[in-house]
Write a protein that binds this ligand. Structure first.
Ligand code: PMP
Length: 304
């Protein structure tokens, strides 16, 4: 998806012009994938621009950095403020937000501790990741032949740049075979998640999602949807799922910051639901929450 340029990018404490936000070609993260990042969204509401669960995203960012032993030269509060400052500086009402902490320029080689840690925050307007059509009518998926990274190879709980090469292989294969999105299995053969989305299925009125032990990133949308579902009196069970559970599900959907809540129309050529009733209800609730229309969930909105 194309990037729409805005005015400024926050780099190591300063707002610089979009065109000047550059790094050296010998940046460590470019060679070895030693960066951690977040994907966050801000939405326009009647009360102004609000970032969805900003503090929770920044906590996850700090946890990703901890896993890779990266010392962030800012506090969590400073990064939260810097995100708001970047949105304000660009005078933007709704946007995607991409903070990244990465090993910069200084040394090469696999021991990273002497390489400086740089921080940058970019924002830009971004539409529905799996398309407006996907949000309305659902997406066509396949089980990937690529396995999701496993905990003792690369920690699925970290959002590290290098780890996304695994997601990219799955995405390429799915698109090349005529599907909209892939579903990856974990190293034990259980359903894990999409390349950048968590997965849910609905069977007989009960909602199921794989546990984080199935090499799942603990998604913030996943967590929100689990809360929303409970508040709507749908039972939610975290348990291991196999691919045929998806084939015979009544409904299934993806969740994620970029994708939001997207119905899954088909898995490996098995049609599963014409965006079902439960998916629709949760999707509608989620959209009214992010638009600031649900007082009960107002704490999830952090105003700029
Ligand atoms: N899984 C993966 C691998 C992801 O990259 C993402 C996007 N961050 C998600 C799940 C969904 O997480 P969230 O709802 O926090 O965006």
């Amino acid at each position: 998806m194309a990037i729409t340029e805005v005015e400024k990018i926050w780099m190591n404490g300063k707002l610089v012009k979009w065109a000047d936000a550059k790094v050296h070609v010998l940046t460590h993260a470019l060679h070895y994938g030693t960066g951690v990042f977040e994907g966050i969204r801000a939405y326009e509401t009647d009360k102004g621009t609000a970032v969805f669960r900003l503090t929770d995203h920044i906590k996850r960012l700090f946890n990703s950095a901890k896993i890779y032993k990266m010392d962030i030269p800012y506090s969590m509060d400073e990064i939260v403020e810097a995100v708001k400052e970047t949105i304000k500086a660009n005078n933007i009402k709704s946007c995607y937000i991409r903070p990244i902490i990465y090993r910069g320029y200084g040394e090469m080689g696999l021991y990273p501790m002497n390489v400086p840690v740089d921080v940058s925050i970019a924002v830009w307007p971004w539409g529905a990741y799996l398309g407006d059509e996907g949000i309305k009518h659902g997406v066509k998926t396949c089980i990937s032949s690529f396995q999701r990274i496993s905990p003792n190879a690369l920690p699925p709980a970290a959002k590290a740049t290098g780890q996304y090469i695994n997601s990219i292989l799955a995405k390429l294969e799915a698109e090349d075979s005529g599907y909209d999105e892939a579903i990856l299995l974990d190293h034990q053969g259980f359903v894990s998640e999409g390349p950048g989305e968590n997965i849910f299925l609905v069977k007989d009125g009960i909602i199921y999602t794989p546990p984080t032990s199935a090499s799942v990133l603990g998604g913030i949308t996943r967590d929100s949807v689990m809360d929303i579902a409970c508040d709507m009196d749908y039972p939610v069970i975290e348990e291991n799922i196999v691919r045929s559970d998806l084939y015979v599900a009544d409904e299934a959907f993806f969740t994620g910051t970029a994708a939001e809540v997207v119905p899954i129309r088909e898995v490996d050529g098995r049609v599963i639901g014409d965006p079902g009733e439960v998916t629709r209800a949760i999707q509608n609730k989620f959209f009214s929450i992010i638009n600031g229309e649900e007082e009960e969930y107002i704490d999830w909105l952090e105003f700029v």
